[in-house]
Design a protein around this ligand. Structure first.
Ligand code: ZN
Length: 255
């Protein structure tokens, strides 16, 4: 279902709210958000994971995350996984590369909206909020088109002993684009998922020529298509390496 009318959206909402699931939605490979590790461990400096991108790609073709040693931002779309390194350059990630944190899904949009409204990032959040059936469902979102402005950041590869993420972000390289065509990929997650991921919106950007991008800090839309994939399952794969086993999940001082 690539494009639905308001009427079918209402019908869809009805089925969601009445808990009427099709057999498809019970298939773990369909409409499942797959997450490797949790964001709180990344915030506290757990930058080594034990899952590689070959394994990750079995769980989805679209998503975001980071690479081993916090070596840049990751964005996945159309089944290709890209690293945005600390120079802002996009590079295809080999299957053998590892990740400490990533979130992916098999992208199949349920809602498609095109708009030429000029929206800054906060306005874009509101625009999407007004068009989703509930704030208590997780969504994978792809926004494709032209932007009059995009501002991103990346992160440089870290060495042990690892600083917490907040310290790394004080030195984050920033990149700005004007009149750029590209894709934003990300998630809008319910508040109740905030402890294990980031509640609300989290977006990464990549240019249409797949040469540059980063974690989205700001944008102004020009002519875009918003595709929203409604999910009803959330799978978290929990690491078992020493760093993860020892980090303090309830330590809020770095949030
Ligand atoms: Zn990010």
């Amino acid at each position: 279902m690539n494009r639905i009318t308001t009427f079918t959206l209402l019908l869809l909402s009805f089925f969601i709210f009445t808990g009427c699931h099709t057999t498809d939605s019970l298939d773990p490979s369909d409409d499942t958000i797959f997450q490797y590790s949790v964001l709180s461990s990344l915030l506290q400096g757990v930058y080594d994971g034990d899952m590689n991108f070959g394994e990750l790609s079995d769980h989805g073709d679209t998503g975001l995350g980071t690479l081993q040693h916090l070596d840049g931002e990751m964005i996945a779309l159309d089944g290709v996984f890209y690293q945005i390194n600390s120079d802002g350059d996009a590079l295809v990630i080999p299957d053998s590369e590892m990740t400490p944190f990533a979130v992916v899904t098999e992208f199949s949009p349920d809602i498609t909206i095109s708009t030429q409204e000029v929206l800054e990032l906060g306005e874009l959040y509101t625009y999407i909020d007004e068009r989703i059936p509930s704030e208590n469902l997780p969504y994978c979102i792809r926004i494709s088109g032209t932007f009059s402005y995009v501002k991103t950041r990346s992160v440089p590869e870290q060495q042990r002993p690892y600083p917490v993420l907040l310290e790394v972000l004080k030195e984050q390289p920033i990149f700005e684009f004007e009149q750029i065509t590209g894709d934003i990929i990300g998630f809008r997650l319910p508040d109740y998922m905030g402890e294990a991921n980031a509640a609300g919106y989290h977006f990464h950007f990549i240019t249409e020529d797949r040469s540059a991008g980063g974690h989205l800090l700001a944008c102004t839309t020009d002519d875009i298509m918003i595709q929203i994939d409604i999910s009803d399952q959330w799978y978290v794969s929990i690491p078992e390496d020493e760093d993860f086993l020892e980090f303090k999940a309830n330590d809020d001082q770095y949030r």
